[in-house]
Write a protein that binds this ligand. Structure first.
Ligand code: PMP
Length: 432
């Protein structure tokens, strides 16, 4: 059978029993069978450069993870009410990655769960419900995480269907938002004014939740000083500050292990997932002892698989690999090279309006006109399709779906980065 035959038959079966709302990449996707480092292989053994899998941060099919999981599965897998070493060691290692006073860990199974728990902690701590979130954000699919997810790319009705306790701030987008370039510092003043208004109206925010580096909007840094202004204003209103590091944390930014470091702040609650399990379902909330203790008012906390021996061993092994393979450093060096090459392409191709991001979290924003910044979502989709034909997996992001989102495994080599740039150059030169 031809690959297309296989792929089409598989898609048909997929559509029969998998909820249709669960989409797939590409209209005509290859059947992916194997991964290795930052490469994927289809059932014809065709290789693809993988520029989307930020979850497989230490690379696909890492043998150290496979070995550690096999060993632990052969030994023991149970729940966190038992006394075993790996959960203790993993919690110690996570706490050690964060500045004081963030020393207390909850282990869960996904980013959604981490965000949901972080919100509940802030409600329990403050005794209040109102939450402040930035627009164009995604934080998960559960009731609470979805309530604070404001991205219309993920849900076209997102802004009209927020519960009354969710209050939104302008997306602090310095490229195409209300304030641009040197004016971008004004987002912070607006945010502080919004917090003051909530206080005056008798509904001060229980919490402010944001990605500390603007992932969903296309890999943009928040304006300088943004969180340095917003966090203290939230705290003056007796609220807590949640940094959602699910996407941008864990070394991907290269220069920084956590996104909040780039902003020079320390949050009250940090949510982590994705990279920390390299695809195994792992999530965590890290906060202060005092905030964590307020969960008691909600009853006890238990997650059947959260922090299990297998999950803890995966988490520990990922941290070992990050360190031993020097992957944060690789993200810094290869990311800087890739960004410089992409900026070079922008000089050649009018369609590239801007290159955003840091480390191996980059966004190439495509526009039809550099002055009006008219988004180019159709072109972006077609470029992704053509790139796939040429052996590169990349996907659009942002509310306008006009940003090529670059978030490969942190193993990406300089040669891999060059292959991406050369392929994009060829597609932009010869058409899609
Ligand atoms: N927060 C952010 C910033 C995310 O990007 C995501 C996933 N895209 C989530 C939370 C939810 O994580 P999960 O898919 O593991 O539930």
């Amino acid at each position: 059978e031809s690959r297309t035959g296989d792929a089409a038959a598989l898609l048909e079966r997929r559509e029969r029993h998998l909820a249709a709302v669960q989409e797939h990449y590409f209209a005509d996707p290859p059947v992916i069978e194997r991964g290795w480092r930052h490469h994927l292989f289809d059932t014809d053994a065709r290789p693809y450069l993988d520029m989307v899998n930020n979850v497989a941060a230490v690379g696909h099919a890492h043998p150290r993870i496979a070995d550690a999981v096999a060993r632990q599965l052969n030994l023991l897998n149970t729940n966190s009410r038992f006394n075993y070493a790996s959960i203790v060691e993993f919690s110690e290692r996570l706490a050690a990655l964060l500045p004081d006073p963030l020393d207390t860990v909850f282990l869960v199974n996904s980013g959604t769960e981490a965000v949901d728990l972080a919100l509940r902690l802030s409600w329990a701590w403050s005794g209040r419900r109102d939450v402040l979130a930035v627009r164009e954000a995604y934080h998960g699919w559960s009731d609470a995480a979805d309530a604070v997810s404001t991205s219309v790319a993920d849900n076209p009705q997102a802004l009209e269907t927020r519960p009354a306790w969710v209050h939104t701030l302008d997306a602090p987008n310095a490229y195409r938002g209300r304030y641009r370039g040197a004016d971008a510092h004004r987002y912070a003043a607006d945010a502080v004014a919004a917090i003051e208004r909530m206080r005056a109206e008798g509904a001060p925010p229980a919490t402010f939740i944001a990605e500390p580096f603007y992932g969903n909007a296309g890999g943009m840094p928040l304006p300088d000083g943004y969180l340095q202004a917003v966090y203290p204003a939230v705290r003056r209103a007796a609220g807590l500050c949640i940094a959602d590091e699910v996407q941008v944390g864990y070394g991907r930014l290269g220069e920084f292990f956590w996104g909040f470091e780039q902003q020079g702040v320390v949050p009250d609650i940090v949510t982590v997932a994705k990279a920390m399990g390299n695809g195994h379902p792992l999530g965590a909330v890290i906060t202060t002892r005092e905030i964590a203790d307020h969960y008691r008012s909600q009853g006890y906390f238990f997650s059947s698989a959260g922090g299990s021996p297998v999950s803890s061993v995966v988490g520990l092994t990922v941290l070992d690999i990050l360190a031993d393979d020097r992957l944060q450093e690789n993200a810094r060096v290869v990311g800087a090279h890739l960004k410089a090459q992409l900026e070079g392409l922008a000089e050649k191709h009018e369609l590239i309006g801007a290159v955003h991001g840091l480390g191996l979290y980059l966004g190439v924003e495509l526009v039809r006109d550099r002055t009006t910044k008219e988004p180019a979502p159709r072109e972006t989709a077609m470029i992704c399709d053509r790139m796939r034909e040429l052996g590169v997996i990349v996907q659009p992001t942002s509310d306008r779906q006009c940003v090529l989102k670059i978030k490969p495994p942190l193993t990406l080599s300089r040669a891999g980065a060059d292959y991406f740039v050369d392929t994009l150059d060829a597609v932009l030169t010869h058409g899609w």
